[in-house]
Unconditional design. Sequence first.
Lengths: 275, 247
Amino acid sequence: MTATNATPRMRILHGFGPSFLLFLLFIALWYLTSEVFLPDHKQFLLPRPDVVLTDAFFVWDAGQQRGMRNILSALWNTSQIALIGLLITSVIGISLAFLMSLVPWIGRASWPYLVALQAAPIIALTPLIRALIDNTTSQRLLVVILISFFPISSATYFGLTTVSSTLHDLFTIHRATRWQRLSKLQIPHALPAVFLGLRTSAGLAVVGAVVGDFYFRQGGRVGIGAQIDLYRAQLWGPDMIAAVIVASSLGIVLFIFFSWLSRRLVGHWHKPTVQ
Amino acid sequence: MTPDTLLSLAGVSRSFDTRNTVLSDISFSVASGEFVSIVGPSGCGKTTLLRMITGLDAPTSGTITTSARSTQLLFQEPALLPWRTLRGNVALHRDLASAGTSNKEIEEVIGAVGLFEHRDKYPHQLSGGMKMRTSLARALLTDSDLFLFDEPLSAIDEITRESLQDLLVSLHRERTLTSLFVTHNIAEAVYLSDRILVLTPSSHNITQISHQIPIVFEVSRKAESRFTKEFADFCRQVHTALKEGVA
């Protein structure tokens, strides 16, 4: 039976079945690592999944900044930094990509630095960021921007500059103006790539925000990165694992949101090879 | 250039570098309402010739003169915008030129190529033949009076190709189109054309026009004309001209 003539139940199984199987495998591996591979004196580093559920996810507020109330509060703080950073990254990254595609010499000049930015170990720059910027929020935002900048700018640039020469010729024959070529050809053509870049940048923005929490926390409210660091220092394994899972879920939620937005806006004509 | 000449090429040559001349001393003209085909082996410069006529490329020497209002080129591929529906693709020129084309005119031209019930579909929902018809409708909606075809039917199956050839013949008749049609399919050229130019590479792969063959059927051409002795004779004549040129 193929996916096209399958019943709705079969389609759901076809769509989510493999992921669910992998999830079960992951949980089994987790149990195995926690109970078998790790020696007894190190098991606190990776408590069993059921212990994480009962000792962290099912506890609302255990004081000393433990429990889901504190984890979610820290997540909210990190989310704000990630989202604002992602917004700034998107505006600057997409604008730069437009500029690079419109003015070829700017494209040629900027591209090596974009690649270098992607390759740079941002964590190593934290002392410099601290020395240059006083405000903690600005420091954290800068880390988010530096980490998430490459995917959105490069994907947009790629989308704008890879229109087929035949379509460009078509617009030339129809005597399109530069603005028409951009608005009716290059921008629509770039949209799927822009959404792909946004999905990747969104995940990296969360990573950047968590990294920022780790290194820049003085004076500001506590983000989830700082919370994870606290749990690690106190050897509160279940809370640490729960906080890591919650932080990851923020990236997943953003990924799902941009995938949904992409399907809504370009899904009716853009059919990616791999769904 | 005589009054009824719409396109004239005089001594047109194109080289891509000093050692690589592709087209040499190409001269011919196309009268208003005439359907002229150019046949020749792959890579002999047929596409380059069309690109020069549309202004997408410039000749190294020689002159191209046209009195056409504007020129449309149909590419080897349909060149549709995947984010626009069939109707949106056909209306592209109106959107770009802010032309006063009415919705009724758009629907009429979509009907003329037989795609009215598919007008709200996106390109990925259309077959190869439908895409090419869409591309043709888009060209017809412009105010162009000279149509250049760059092997537009080469990637289409035989049956669809024949129905598109019939469509071109009827459109040519009804709208008195002036067309320059590039193909490497001899039968297609014979069926569609009033005249066939044979492009053949001579020494050092320099392409020139070796023969001009007028195609005049005793009776008006229709689908059955493909199976007549007269049709076969014309095909043989073009085939011989191509062989002679290559030899």
